[in-house]
Design a protein around this ligand. Structure first.
Ligand SMILES: [Zn+2]
Length: 99
């Protein structure tokens, strides 16, 4: 098994603040998650920092984006994720739009 997964290991244990639409509709604790090792095809997993509940998966592109942020801004304590599209793959199925 190749455990060197995309450099994602550098992000393991990092806290991210979630501010996706789904996190406003159905928040969990403080919406702060810890990045955990993922399973293929996911690069990493998001777990609630407070209660440990599974909150979503991180795709490889999203993981790379977070890595980019960390690299650019020098590993801030908490990264806030607001852009829903970066988590599109991880979000639960959306309600069908009316009409
Ligand atoms: Zn929670």
């Amino acid at each position: 098994m190749n455990t060197n997964l995309f450099g994602a290991l550098t992000l393991i244990g990092l806290k991210v603040k979630l501010d996706r639409p789904i996190d406003r509709e159905r928040p969990c604790c403080n919406n702060v998650c810890i990045i955990r090792p993922g399973k293929e095809p996911h690069a990493a997993e998001l777990r609630c920092a407070d209660c440990g509940q599974h909150r979503g998966w991180l795709s490889k592109p999203t993981t790379r984006w977070i890595e980019h942020v960390v690299t650019r801004f020098g590993a801030p304590e908490v990264i806030t994720v607001r852009k829903a599209h970066t988590f599109q793959e991880e979000a639960p199925p959306a309600e069908p739009l009316s009409s």
